[in-house]
Design a protein around this ligand. Structure first.
Ligand code: ARG
Ligand code: GLU
Length: 735
């Protein structure tokens, strides 16, 4: 009885809030979300958020190099994004004398702004539904392959037509809801984007990996760039003659302060989510896949960390590798906890039950009533292959650095075989350069330790038929395996002093040597097995799974026609909305929604590589010299809200009820990172830097007040018209 009541309550909670979760398509907001957003406090029109006929907020949102978001904050193309999004560029301009990563960088004038190769900013022009054009001539019953080829050819023709008609624009065709909907997205791509400013990493990356995914947070995770255009204000490659881009819209910045319960909205490019998985696959992820991947990375990170803490040169060369490997590792752990804590599997199962019942009750949906169990079956069948696949990815590809490196020699071996001398020489030169780059931040001693610790995990996990090298190793006792693995490293030629010289001198001889190298043979065999067995079977399952998922999300929408649905994130422009909100993480642990400079000081550990602080910041703190950015004698630093975000939303603007910039998104809080699969507003929070901290750092710390002069500041909060109570009242959405 208790259990039934509990389930019913869980269902009520999850359905009642479901409209506030979601990453919504901006061109559908007027239709799907606007009235709710208004009820929550939004004070601007849907047209002001997204319009193709007039300038709107979307014209100020930038896809930053495809992986992050940024926003335009002045009429001179000034672009704000995260420090961790701009770090590659900041690093690329750094030298031992001018180390912008350590000391920060502030261009004193436009002439000092630093151009970047391979960096672009894309601004969306229009999002258009082309589902009918793309699906023309297809039927649901038709064989998947035939259907795919018609879709590909329709799409190709459409793209070609648009590209010819609008040569100054870029076009992208994207599928949504597993191919139930197709959108054509046009954009302008700017390739001249220059570095303008960045705080030192002791501010921009304060707390580093220890604080990553955590709340409370105290990181000034921002950097500044500027978009340049040609004399006609159009996208152009870098040229000294280019002018600052004048955007159709730039964001105003509100420093009037925020309060618990305030409406917020995040406008950006979330990368990928899986919101429509059956509960069984969520269970597979949190019970099997995540724990397995975590267990491999536990070992890698422990080995790296141990040496990094003792040896400063290892620390330098492994700091960004560590950040990369630990980022997902930590998120996976959070996902497991979040799913447990919110009882997500039970809630999802109850929702599935409701779906099945609804299907049974509606004649047109009766044929769909088994979709969940069919999907469950397929995912469960795929699981052993998925685990083997991750075993290769985590161990053979991401884990053992040398194993991935040696795969790069296969072309050299082919050219040697083909006796193509000129090409062979060229390839040897390329490889020599590549190896130099590899060795610059490679620690042989760490890598063999990693290998002896994780290769046995791979050997144990692989059950599908393998080649000779792997099966020989599999047959050995553990101690023997370790000895063999150690020998692979001792005998590999790549780490010998003269290897690069020999490679350049006599590529043919070295190609022979590599062909005989046991590490090369083993790594190549593992990679080939991955491609031809694991990935191939995984792809076969996915074809079936995707076709069923497409039917499932389609059936869900027909079963619950009053409930608005949002497509999984796929690096397209989205809007999420919510409120500034504290949260109860677990029994007796309640988190406030705002942090202050006091908290930065509390975490300060002089000399530590994660928690050191610049003296100038400490001085400003001691003088309480916060300028217009402080509030009641304190300086706000970060805050959290209930917006549904994911990777790719880094650098996204967080806007208030009037569409003014108040925060810069950069993370999510640990307790709620399962939101990629299951969003629960009681603990899912996005983490933002308060714009007042950003401006304080630019102005008071960086002394770059001329940049603030470029911006439009608003100093009063929007009048509060929202009913704060509606956060508590369950809304009925008809599911
Ligand atoms: N967790 C954030 C994101 O997913 C920040 C990552 C960068 N920082 C780090 N310490 N690894 O991208
Ligand atoms: N740090 C993430 C990014 O780089 C955003 C955090 C998240 O996954 O929500 O996009």
């Amino acid at each position: 009885m208790k259990r039934v009541l509990f389930l019913a309550l869980g269902l009520l909670v999850s359905l009642s809030i479901s409209a506030k979760e979601g990453m919504w398509l901006p061109h559908l907001i007027a239709q799907l979300n606007y009235s709710e957003m208004q009820r929550m406090g939004l004070q601007i029109s849907a047209e002001e958020i997204y319009s193709v006929n007039q300038s709107s907020l979307k014209d100020a949102i930038v896809h930053f190099n495809g992986g992050c978001t940024g926003e335009l904050i002045s009429d001179k193309g000034l672009l704000l994004t995260n420090h961790h999004c701009g770090l590659g560029q900041i690093q690329s301009h750094s030298t031992d004398e001018n180390n912008y990563v350590v000391d920060g960088f502030w261009a004193q004038s436009m002439a000092e702004e630093l151009p970047n190769q391979n960096l672009y900013a894309a601004i969306i022009q229009e999002i258009r539904d082309v589902t009918n054009d793309v699906l023309m001539g297809t039927t649901a019953e038709m064989p998947a392959e035939k259907r795919d080829s018609i879709i590909r050819s329709n799409g190709g023709m459409l793209l070609a037509k648009m590209r010819e008609a609008y040569p100054e624009l870029d076009f992208e065709l994207k599928d949504f809801f597993y191919g139930n909907q197709y959108l054509l997205i046009s954009k302008k791509i700017f390739n001249d984007v220059r570095l303008v400013g960045a705080p030192p990493k002791s501010i921009g990356k304060y707390g580093a990996d220890t604080d990553n995914w955590m709340w409370p947070r105290h990181t000034g995770d921002f950097s500044l760039f500027r978009v340049y255009a040609n004399a006609d204000n159009k996208p152009a490659d870098y040229s000294a003659e280019n002018q600052p881009y004048q955007p159709a819209k730039h964001l105003k910045i509100n420093i009037g302060g925020i309060e618990e319960g305030d409406f917020t909205m995040v406008y950006g490019f979330p990368g990928s989510t899986q919101q429509y998985l059956p509960s069984a696959e969520v269970a597979n992820i949190v019970n099997d896949i995540n724990p397995f991947r975590i267990s491999v990375r536990d070992r890698i990170l422990a080995i790296w960390d141990n040496k990094m803490r003792r040896d400063s040169s290892t620390q330098l060369s492994y700091v960004s590798k560590f950040a990369r490997v630990s980022n997902s590792w930590k998120r996976w752990k959070g996902e497991i906890l979040g799913v447990e804590r919110t009882n997500a599997l039970e809630v999802l199962k109850a929702e599935e039950k409701l779906f099945v019942q609804t299907c049974k009750a509606i004649p047109e949906l009766q044929k769909d009533q088994n979709l969940v169990s069919e999907l469950t079956d397929l995912y469960n069948k795929r699981k052993p292959i998925a685990l083997e696949r991750y075993a290769y990815i985590e161990v053979g590809y991401l884990g053992i650095e040398a194993f991935r490196h040696v795969l790069g020699y296969s072309k050299l071996l082919e050219l040697a075989e083909a006796e193509d001398e000129a090409a062979l020489k060229e390839e040897a030169e390329r490889l020599a350069k590549r190896l130099k780059g590899f060795k610059a931040d490679y620690d042989f001693d760490l890598d063999w330790r990693v290998a002896v610790n994780i290769l046995p995990i791979y050997l144990e996990m692989i059950k599908t038929e393998v080649g000779e090298e792997v099966s020989e190793l599999q047959a050995l006792k553990h101690e023997k395996q370790i000895k063999e693995i150690r020998e692979l490293f001792d005998e590999a030629p790549y780490f010998e002093e003269d290897f690069i010289e020999d490679l350049l001198d006599d590529p043919e001889r070295m190609a022979k040597k590599i062909a005989d190298d046991d590490m090369y043979e083993l790594s190549l065999e593992m990679y080939t097995h991955f491609l031809t067995v694991l990935n191939a079977r995984y792809r076969d399952y996915n074809l079936e799974i995707d076709a069923l998922q497409a039917r499932y999300v389609n059936a869900l929408q027909r079963a619950f026609p009053k409930k608005p649905f949002y497509p999984d994130a796929n690096s397209t422009l989205r809007v999420a909305y919510g409120r500034v909100a504290s949260y109860q993480a677990r029994d007796a642990v309640k988190y406030e929604s705002q942090t202050y400079l006091e908290g930065v000081m509390e975490k300060y550990v002089p000399g530590d590589y994660e928690f050191d602080l610049p003296q100038k910041l400490i001085d400003l703190y001691e003088r309480k010299d916060y300028g217009p950015y402080g509030q009641d004698g304190k300086l706000p630093v970060c805050f959290v809200a209930t917006n549904h975000t994911t990777g790719g939303n880094s650098g996204s603007p967080v806007l208030n009820a009037k569409g003014e910039l108040i925060g810069l998104n950069f993370d999510r809080a640990w307790d709620g990172v399962m939101s990629d699969m299951y969003f629960d507003p009681s603990i899912c929070r996005n983490v933002m830097v308060d714009l007042r901290y950003v401006l304080f750092i630019i102005d008071k710390f960086g002394g770059a007040s001329y940049l603030v002069d470029e911006m439009d500041l608003v100093t009063t909060r929007p009048d509060s018209i929202m009913e704060k109570s509606d956060a508590q009242v369950p809304e009925t959405i008809g599911m």
